[in-house]
Design a binder for this molecule. Structure first.
Ligand SMILES: Nc1ncnc2c1ncn2[C@@H]1O[C@H](COP(=O)(O)OP(=O)(O)O)[C@@H](O)[C@H]1O
Ligand SMILES: [Mg+2]
Length: 376
């Protein structure tokens, strides 16, 4: 176990998106220096880091520079080449490890791992070729969801299928790559749990968030989740179990489905701070980004106490440019924009958190403001 990495040290990060940007802000507040490696000269995190190495994620010269100038390295981008993390790990501490990234990057590996850790994914079957689909629909029943095993995000790379023939067509449409066929769950609710764990095995679990998705993209997170206490306890405990089993270091997000029978099913994990944890920025003692810095630096977990009920709403590129006054006129609303120059439909441009001592009031305000923005 190495000595803690203290403020004044330099933290490196592979990936320069909004998660990296919010990590940079939080770590910088704590007195760390930040270096971002990202090929995009305009990347949201690169523009606010102390140093931006503008290079491809597999550029060994750039990786050498990162390793030689940073005390510890993390990533904000799940699909960063695991081999780059492996390469960096030869000279500097790297969290999450390349092995964990490789599990999280593939839905089949991820579900197997979660099962072994005692969590319960929806009935599913790995699909490597069209021939696997027949057995697949026997396992999952219909309707089912066919998802590419790798590179899917925000509902991309998935198709709902009602028949075997549709599954075959969808498999070809998705490029005949490795997939997973999954039972289509009748969702009562979706929740996620953000866990933090350090090298000493100390952990902290954030309050469970209730997630509302639109078109496969997170729309809103409500905290505290309006979910049965026993299920909340179970979700927290399972997320911890997964983090322990992975010997995880950093912030880990675990997404769950709750079906109409009240069954808790593992959906997926993200080996990094997560969109559904953005509420922690304004509503918890320690944000998930501060926590990520603490964990990778070998410090004790920060307090995850919820200071106020909160509702987080994503702002996507679909409604650009919104009437900012609608947001700024609301005193209990905190706006966070990611500094992206170009808005595209579905692109995450920012989010806002609404705080109120009554979660239903926060929710009503969040919905009213969002509806006003969308109709503007
Ligand atoms: N098997 C399923 N049954 C019902 N809804 C699903 C299923 N799989 C995905 N979804 C819906 O699509 C959303 C995105 O799917 P997810 O597997 O989490 O992929 P992504 O990596 O794109 O977030 C989920 O949060 C859920 O709302
Ligand atoms: Mg998801």
């Amino acid at each position: 176990m190495s000595a803690p990495i203290l403020p004044g040290a330099t933290l490196g990060i592979l990936g320069g998106g909004q998660l990296g940007r919010m990590f940079c802000f939080a770590a910088r507040n704590m007195g760390y220096r930040l270096t971002v490696l990202d090929p995009d000269p305009e990347s949201p995190a690169g523009r606010i880091a102390d140093d931006h190495i503008e290079a491809a994620y597999d550029d060994t010269q750039a990786l050498d520079t990162l390793a030689s100038t940073c005390d510890v390295i993390t990533t904000e981008f799940e699909n960063v080449p695991a081999d780059s993390m492996r390469y960096l790990a030869r000279s500097k501490p790297v969290f999450p490890s390349a092995d964990i990234l490789e599990i999280a990057q593939n839905r089949n590996r991820e579900k197997s791992f979660a099962s072994r850790a005692g969590l319960m994914p929806a009935p599913n079957h790995a699909v490597y070729s069209e021939a696997d689909l027949e057995r697949g629909v026997e396992v999952t029943g219909l309707p089912a969801v066919l998802k590419t095993a790798t590179l899917g995000y925000d509902g991309k790379g998935q198709a709902v299928v009602d028949t075997l023939e549709q599954a075959q067509l969808a498999f070809r449409d998705l490029g005949a790559v490795e997939c997973v066929l999954e039972k289509k769950i009748e969702l009562a609710q979706e929740v996620s749990v953000i866990v933090a764990r350090n090298q000493q095995g100390e952990t902290a679990v954030y309050p469970v968030g209730e997630n509302e998705h639109r078109n496969g993209i997170l729309h809103m997170t409500i905290v505290p989740a309006r979910v049965d206490d026993a299920l909340v306890r179970k979700a927290r405990q399972q997320a911890l179990q997964l983090a322990d089993e992975l010997e995880y270091v950093g912030v880990l997000a675990v997404e769950f489905f709750i079906d109409t029978d009240g069954e808790l099913l593992f959906n997926e994990m993200a080996p990094r701070p997560h969109n559904s944890g953005h509420y922690t920025k304004d509503a918890c003692v320690s944000s998930q980004f501060e926590q990520q810095a603490r964990m990778i630096c070998g410090l004790a977990p920060g307090d995850v106490r919820l200071l106020s009920p909160v509702v987080m709403v994503n702002l996507l590129g679909d409604l650009w440019r919104p009437d900012w006054r609608l947001l700024m006129d609301q005193p209990d609303l905190k706006l966070h924009l990611y500094g992206k120059k170009e808005a595209r439909p579905g692109r995450k441009m920012g989010h806002f958190n609404v705080l109120d001592s009554d979660v239903d009031v926060a929710l009503a305000t969040a919905r009213r403001v969002f509806d006003a923005l969308s109709s503007g």
